[in-house]
Write a protein that binds this ligand. Structure first.
Ligand code: F6P
Length: 493
């Protein structure tokens, strides 16, 4: 198994002394004021979950938006703090945004334009010129924050690693001021086909911005190919399908696929700890889950995750197979997200309504079929839920990767547990031993729920073993090392 030490050694042998700068919108640690005290929250999103272990292993600086109401109180004059606070391993540098910037860049352009445009889950993207202007302004701010971290007099090689759909123009602004900085970009969400992307009024500038990077990564080859197809359709550039690269105005961008993963060993260590075992037992008692077959859904509340489809399938499952009433419980956990947006407020109300209706329809004096928690849940509780659940249900309508599937698999130390997985997730390419569903096909979904119960224990164990081998072999350290090895070619000259 590839370890964090292997990653560190790979970087040092390839690059010697280095200065790693990661840039994302979401910060890995958020300081929140709670009753006059500052507490630290760990956001649940895929990008931060994946990158935090890499930064802990390699050190460096992570630049991100300081979004917590306690964030300013704990940083130094440069907006920096060493994290994790209890055992500092790297520097978090916070970038401050005012309300107008956050509204236009994050809520508007990132989440009402790019997110629905790239996910194609039938929520119409919104194109506002004012959001686009704020997106550009904020991308410049991030670029300046990166440039201020590059010390030209030291001999270290700088790796600038931009993350996600919030940062499409950052490399362009960096290179305008310093063309020698090597920039890599990882796009964590799907890239749609050119037919879909062509409706975006700002598409050419977005593509130009991305092509300022020296390398662009996607989770799967399909999204990388979609990107190349889009470039061919939209801008004057030479594409090389052999090298998977694009040359525009003399600058080459490599286009690669790197399926992201998790720190499988760390998850297993945490899940098998005494603390998690105790918490798991407490949760079983508190939520009346003892002796029940537990289905688990764990997502940010988002319209791309297929949560209503999942609840409707569970409702139909109880209609069709009433013998399972009082024997099964569906636990749906996940934090409310981006709630200021109408599309998110709508999905939230729809889920509340469905949970209410289904519980009302099927519950008895002793039992309610769905337990729904939309509170922020600490990571150790998520691990406890992984530990006690029999089946994880992932029904995304479209998902770049979906790391919940991989986290769940990593947590199943005893090879017990089953994965129901949407065929429209990036992880479906690797996790072939899951039970696949098309979340739009409710009948098929119902049968998948049934199958996850009926499958023999031997078959379940066999499948989980294979899945665990895949996740532990292709873990997050190997992912980062593959990216860095590819990137190291740029530092030879
Ligand atoms: O999937 C890409 C991603 O960046 C995830 O890391 C995360 O779940 C989400 O998008 C961003 O969520 P948020 O808007 O809450 O940062």
């Amino acid at each position: 198994m590839y370890t964090k030490e292997d990653l560190k050694n790979t970087i040092v042998s390839e690059l010697g002394e280095y200065n790693l700068i990661v840039v994302s919108n979401r910060e890995p640690y958020i300081h929140i004021m709670k009753e006059d005290k500052i507490v630290v929250w760990r956001p649940t999103g895929g990008a931060v979950t994946a990158l935090d272990p890499i930064m802990k292993a390699c050190g460096g600086t992570w630049i991100a938006h300081g979004s917590g109401n306690g964030d300013k109180k704990v940083v130094d004059r440069d907006g920096k703090i060493k994290v994790p606070v209890e055992n500092p391993r790297y520097t978090l540098k916070r970038v401050w945004l005012d309300k107008e910037e956050e509204k236009g860049y994050y809520y508007g352009f990132a989440n009402e334009t790019l997110w629905p445009l790239c996910h194609i889950s039938y929520t119409r993207p919104v194109f506002r010129e004012s959001d686009w202007q704020q997106y550009k302004k904020v991308n410049k701010k991030f670029a300046d924050a990166v440039l201020s971290e590059i010390n030209h007099s030291d001999k270290k090689k700088t790796i600038v690693w931009l993350q996600d759909f919030h940062m499409a123009l950052v490399a362009k602004y960096i290179k305008e001021k310093n063309p020698h900085v090597i920039c890599a970009y990882f796009w964590h969400i799907p890239w749609p086909n050119p037919e879909v992307f062509r409706i975006c009024p700002f598409r050419k500038e977005i593509i130009d911005g991305i092509l300022a990077n020296d390398m662009v990564g996607f989770h799967i080859r399909y999204h990388a190919d979609n990107f190349i197809d889009t470039v061919e359709r939209e801008v004057e550039a030479k594409t090389d399908r052999e090298r998977n690269s694009i040359i525009k105005e003399g600058h080459e961008t490599l286009v690669r696929s790197f399926p992201i993963s998790v720190d499988a060993q760390d998850i297993e260590n945490q899940v098998t700890s005494k603390e998690t075992e105790e918490r798991a037992n407490e949760l079983k008692k508190e939520l009346s889950l003892e002796n029940k077959i537990i289905f688990l859904g764990c997502d940010r509340i988002d319209y791309t995750k297929g949560i209503p489809e999942r609840l409707i399938a569970f409702d139909k499952f109880l209609d069709k197979y009433p013998q399972y009433k009082e024997k099964v419980v569906f636990v749906q956990i996940g934090a409310v997200s981006r709630i200021l947006l109408k599309s998110y407020a709508n999905i939230n109300s729809e889920i509340n309504r469905l949970v209410g209706e289904i519980n009302w329809k099927h519950s008895t004096s002793e039992w309610a079929p769905i337990v729904f928690s939309k509170e922020f849940i600490p990571y150790k509780d998520i691990l406890a839920f992984y530990r006690i659940s029999d089946v994880i249900v992932i029904s995304s309508l479209h998902d770049g990767m979906n790391l919940v599937a991989k986290e769940y698999i990593a947590s199943k130390f005893d090879n017990k547990g089953t994965v129901i997985l949407s065929q429209f997730t990036g992880s479906a390419r690797e996790l072939q031993e899951a039970i696949f569903i098309n979340p739009y096909n409710i009948n098929e979904f119902v049968e998948a729920l049934k199958c996850s119960i009926d499958m023999s224990a031997k078959e379940k164990e066999k499948r989980m073993k294979v899945l665990r081998d895949i996740v532990s072999e292709n873990n997050i350290y190997k992912w980062a090392a593959t990216v860095i090895l590819e990137l190291s070619k740029f530092y030879l000259y």
